[in-house]
Write a protein that binds this ligand. Structure first.
Ligand code: UD1
Length: 416
């Protein structure tokens, strides 16, 4: 199993290019199932999850071609509308094929994802939404079997805001008979990016980016070209790493407007930030100040940045409270941070972090994607060597992370 070795202490300095967003690329790739034509995507990140999604789509009959960050997906014929357990268990976003498959092929057999490290993560809202649109759904042998000759528009209220739930139903509704209204929908920028791509394919969608999305079904969708938006979580991760190490970096190919709460928190921690067009510059002098964080759906502070701020708070001046309101078990990085000397007390969904004046390198284990990013940041700050095991989690969501960090002056290498 591959590991990362980091010699901490070097402040990050320089410029780094941000990749396309994983959480936009995955649903948008699934949109290729909705049309018989070709979807041409650019700025697609080279990630394990993207490769897994491509494999899954190919198994169903989509023809895929990848050249660097360009990807062509041809949805010609969907012969096998099925997502097997082996794939869904490695990548929960596989459930995003469900809506498009029912809408276009009239049936789908998709494995239930089951629990995952950060919580139970049910898909009941995806299922209820499709049922409201007229699909017949049964759960047998761990699989969701869905059928509908033609989905019908419906008014659907999400009891809990769900990002992939919103995306699944928005895609399904594009080919339904009549109008679908999604209430208490997710407002995440990745939902808007998907809506932009679907509109380019001929879909009639409005209200994306607000909590009410309206989709008027059309007869069919056609091919389109779409550029994947920048990854706001990768952007935030590099900025936190620079702030925690007392460095100064410039991100290119990113967007500040979708990172507002994260940038506010970094300013509160003492960073100087300036942004224009597609660049963000951060400068940090000395030790960061502690910042309280409470996760909630967009536009509030993202759960996908919680672990990284835990690492920042672990070395900050003062004490901070970190509250996780989205997932019930997203503090697995805490135990690993403690191995480096972090002082963190956990009570339910709340952590009290007392900033230590230094961390000491140690062997740690990555437990999920963003927990891995947290450990990388802690390793960059800690004295001596930190070795992070199970970094396959990191490769699922960060493109060329050690190359990008090395370019910024980090002492980091992959142990094979
Ligand atoms: C997406 C992101 C993930 C991010 C998360 C929250 C992708 C591929 N993944 O995950 O990186 O951490 O949003 O911003 O975009 N829920 C239900 N029933 C459902 C669906 C969700 O109860 O049917 C609950 C979940 O357990 C969770 C909350 O809703 O407590 C939000 O989850 P959701 O937004 O669906 O997360 P994902 O879309 O899986």
């Amino acid at each position: 199993m591959q590991k990362l070795s980091i010699q901490g202490g070097a402040p990050l300095r320089g410029e780094v290019r941000i990749s396309g967003a994983k959480n936009a690329a995955l649903p948008i790739m699934c949109a290729s199932l909705l049309a018989a034509d070709t979807l041409q995507l650019s700025n697609v990140p080279e990630l394990h999850d993207v490769a897994t999604m491509r494999k899954l789509l190919e198994q169903m009959g989509v023809k895929a071609c990848v050249r660097g960050s360009e990807m062509t997906l041809h949805g010609g014929q969907v012969d096998k509308p099925e997502a097997p357990y082996d794939m869904v268990k490695t990548m929960r976003a596989s459930v995003l094929v469900l809506g498009p498959l029912v809408a276009r092929a009239g049936c789908a057999r998709v494995s239930l994802p089951g629990g995952c490290a950060i919580g139970s993560r049910p898909v009941d809202l995806h299922i209820k939404g499709l049922q409201a649109m007229g699909a017949t759904i049964s759960i047998e042998h761990g699989y969701i079997h869905a059928q509908a000759k033609k989905l019908k528009g419906a008014r659907i209220f999400f009891g809990t805001v769900s990002v992939t739930g919103t995306e699944n139903l928005m895609m399904a509704a594009t080919l339904a008979d009549g109008v679908t209204v999604l209430e208490n929908a997710a407002r995440e920028p990745e939902v808007v990016d998907l809506a932009n791509c679907l509109r380019a394919m001929g879909a009639n969608i409005s209200g994306d980016g607000t909590d009410t999305i309206t989709v008027a079904g059309v007869e069919e969708l056609h091919g389109a070209a779409h550029r994947i938006m920048p990854d706001r979580i990768e952007s935030g991760t590099f900025l936190v790493a620079a702030a925690a190490t007392g460095g100064g970096i410039t991100l290119t190919g990113t967007r500040a407007d979708i990172l507002e709460t994260v940038l506010e928190k970094l300013c509160e921690a003492g960073a100087k930030i300036s942004a224009n067009a597609d660049r963000i510059h951060l400068e940090m002098n000395g030790r960061p100040k502690s910042v309280n964080v409470r996760t909630a759906p967009y536009p509030a502070f993202p759960t996908d940045m919680q672990a990284q701020f835990m690492a920042l708070n672990a070395v900050a001046d003062g004490s901070a409270m970190v509250v996780e309101t989205i997932f019930e078990n997203r503090f697995m990085h805490v135990q690993e941070l403690r191995r480096l000397g972090a002082q963190i007390a956990v009570e339910g969904n709340t952590c009290m972090v007392r900033g230590a004046d230094h961390l000491d390198g140690a062997a740690v284990m990555a437990t999920d994607l963003r927990a891995s990013a947290c450990l990388v940041i802690a390793g960059l700050v800690a004295r001596g060597e930190t070795v992070i095991d199970r970094i396959y989690h990191l490769d699922r969501g960060y493109e060329h992370i050690e190359a990008k960090l090395s370019q910024l002056g980090a002492n980091i290498r992959r142990l094979k």
